[in-house]
Design a protein around this ligand. Structure first.
Ligand code: DSN
Length: 425
């Protein structure tokens, strides 16, 4: 077969884009070379429907070992009883939890997408809002913090079957204990989606949800710095409280129902090359080096937030506990869309984002979200955040000036020279 130079040329262009730019999309990161190599390896060729030791295909003895290693390492990272490493993505992990727990029409209660929540937590454009009777809580307008009183009153009024905590654009820690208390009062299960802060939780830098939440889902490619994918965990396996049955009519432990919901519920063959890469990433997370990385992520986020506040940017909730921050740009007279477009011209990548109580649509937005997990992997420390914030500020103040933006782009490209990315490639 002739080498497809067209596609490989595009892959090389993408590598150069990643090398030269400042990556501030809060859901992105750079995997280690060994994680990436596993994803491009021969395990992509293997079909392995089922679970280790219980497959529907022959020849799974070796992929059984990588999958079991991934499961064991993930359980060790979070000190949990159950882990499923097969979800192809965070959205798939979330769909499996919903399938295991809910019947169509059941009531759910999650954080509103426009307040920082996630599509799969009940948005009307997603299966989670189409199949289930999704309701929402928000944040307090004055503080930007989760409105726990609203969550509690909604829970008491609606009696949801499932309460969802977790967010895509929320910079503060969660009070899982308080959410579990109201869930117990109204007979709901609690699910935490920790896709964004998982790396910080893994190293004990944020509250752990496992004691209080029945289910925890995550992606593996954000702060966990692994391959693109999802996982589901439970601190403790438990009998299913709603008496849900498998296809043979047996009431099973929740671990069996979650396994069945992932496969054959919503997926076919697992991505064994990605599962091998997850196993490698989980091994990296177990090291002290990863603790130092996560501590630096938190320090960088705080240094960035401070630099923005000094320039009178309005960070929702006033700061950050994790790796990201959401900025309301209304006092800077620029929309999120315009800001994103101007920044990308200067090789600074971030995404527009609605802010709580936004008066603009999701396509325009009043806000922009910045995360530091990726730039911290590149090697940036607190003092580098000042350069980054200065560059962003200059672009946003001069969003109509092609020459100013071109000057910033040159500075950004020169600045990024010192932070090597995949020098082996
Ligand atoms: N919502 C995406 C993000 O946080 O970027 C991930 O699903």
């Amino acid at each position: 077969m002739q080498r497809d130079t067209l596609v490989f040329d595009l892959i090389n262009q993408e590598l150069e884009r990643q090398r030269h730019g400042i990556e501030l999309i809060a859901s992105e990161n750079f995997t280690s070379l060994q994680v990436m190599q596993a994803m491009g390896g021969v395990m992509t060729n293997k079909y392995a429907e089922g679970y280790p030791g219980r497959r529907y295909y022959a020849g799974c003895e070796i992929v059984d070992q990588t999958e079991q290693l991934a499961i064991d390492r993930l359980k060790q990272i979070f000190n949990v009883e159950y882990a499923n490493v097969q979800p192809h993505s965070g959205a798939q992990a979330n769909a499996a939890i919903a399938l295991a727990v809910l019947q169509p029409g059941d009531v759910t209660l999650g954080l509103d997408l426009s307040m920082g929540g996630h599509l799969t937590h009940g948005s009307p454009v997603n299966y989670s809002g189409k199949l289930y009777n999704a309701h929402f809580y928000g944040v307090v307008k004055e503080t930007g913090l989760i409105d726990y009183e609203m969550l509690e009153s909604q829970a008491r009024a609606l009696k949801p079957k499932l309460i969802i905590c977790g967010a895509s654009a929320y910079s503060r820690d969660w009070d899982y204990k308080r959410i579990r208390a109201v869930a117990d009062e109204v007979g709901a299960l609690v699910w935490a989606d920790i896709a964004h802060p998982a790396g910080l939780i893994a190293k004990g830098l944020l509250n752990s949800p496992f004691e209080y939440c029945h289910f925890v889902s995550s992606t593996t490619h954000k702060t966990l710095r692994g391959p693109r994918g999802g996982v589901i965990m439970m601190g403790k396996d438990f009998e299913n409280p709603f008496g849900l049955k498998d296809n043979k009519g047996n009431v099973r432990m929740m671990s069996s129902l979650i396994d069945l919901a992932v496969f054959p519920g919503i997926q076919g063959g697992p991505l064994q090359h990605v599962i091998a890469a997850k196993a490698i990433a989980f091994g990296e997370i177990l090291t002290d080096e990863f603790l130092i990385y996560q501590q630096q992520v938190q320090k960088n986020a705080q240094a960035m937030a401070k630099a923005f506040v000094e320039k009178e940017y309005n960070i929702i909730s006033g700061g950050t506990d994790n790796h990201l921050m959401l900025i309301d740009l209304r006092n800077k007279n620029i929309s999120g869309k315009k800001a994103e477009q101007a920044l990308v011209k200067a090789d600074i990548t971030a995404n527009k984002n609605m802010v709580p109580f936004d008066d603009k649509s999701a396509f325009i937005t009043s806000g922009i979200r910045f995360g530091v997990a990726a730039v911290t992997t590149r090697g940036m420390v607190e003092c580098d955040m000042q350069f980054v914030v200065n560059a962003i500020d200059r672009v946003l103040l001069n969003a109509e000036s092609e020459s100013e933006i071109a000057t910033v782009k040159k500075q950004v490209n020169e600045f990024m020279e010192q932070f090597k990315l995949y020098p082996e490639l």
